[in-house]
Design a protein around this ligand. Sequence first.
Ligand code: KIV
Ligand code: NA
Length: 265
Amino acid sequence: LKKITTLRLSAMKQEGKKITMLTAYDYTMARLIDSVGVDILLVGDSAANVMAGHSTTLPITLEQMIYHGASVVRATEHALVVVDMPFGSYQVSDEVALSSAVRLMKETGCDALKLEGGAILYPLIKRLTTLGIPVMGHLGLTPQSVHQLGGYHLQGKSEEDALRLEQEALGLEEAGCFALVLEKVPATLAERVAKRLHIPVIGIGAGSGVDGQVLVSQDMLGMEESFSPKFLRRFGQVGSAIRTAVGDYIEAVRDGSFPSESESY
Ligand code: KIV
Ligand code: NA
């Protein structure tokens, strides 16, 4: 399998080939997922929830994102690796944002960065992309703004919100983004945006009329059994597979059948 590039993703949109993206935060999981041929691995700041148990993505730090990003890059041969810029690493000023972006690129070896937000980010994204750092945009439900949004509900519902989202999607493309994530928006709106944009639009809770899909791996593998939004399909029962394996281990240790003679030196 050849390494995926932003050019390849653009060609996939032109050819009508759906783009597949999943999150990864660690070496072992990234190796497994990459070996099957997923197009994009996202080192999401959802690591704050999935890896660290926080209730929002806000607490994760730049250093922690670098640790996760470098771990995933070491595991990956095929997928394009995108790392989320964490909350606070790009909002304070463009100087802070640039130094955060440079650190993420240098210290993880990733291929691109993702930033949440619309019009406010146009100048920064222009600068980053001009300097050679590929940027993926993220509109709709942007979890770093959960306190401003007042929760994790559907975005772009009103005519006014839908129109603004569409304008901002066009603006992000114009600013230089190579792709855009749309999270939790009506399928009709997402499809309209995907048709108007030349860059690939990757949806999560955004219906099937977009150019690709992304899910949090632990969610779609069935490892997080308490999170059940409508958009989530569980493609595996890894949570119950882990419980069964751990239960078998406990039993085998307790009854003395593990380790056996052949498992001993
Ligand atoms: O952090 C994340 O997992 C994400 C995806 C849900 C798009 O940003
Ligand atoms: Na994210």
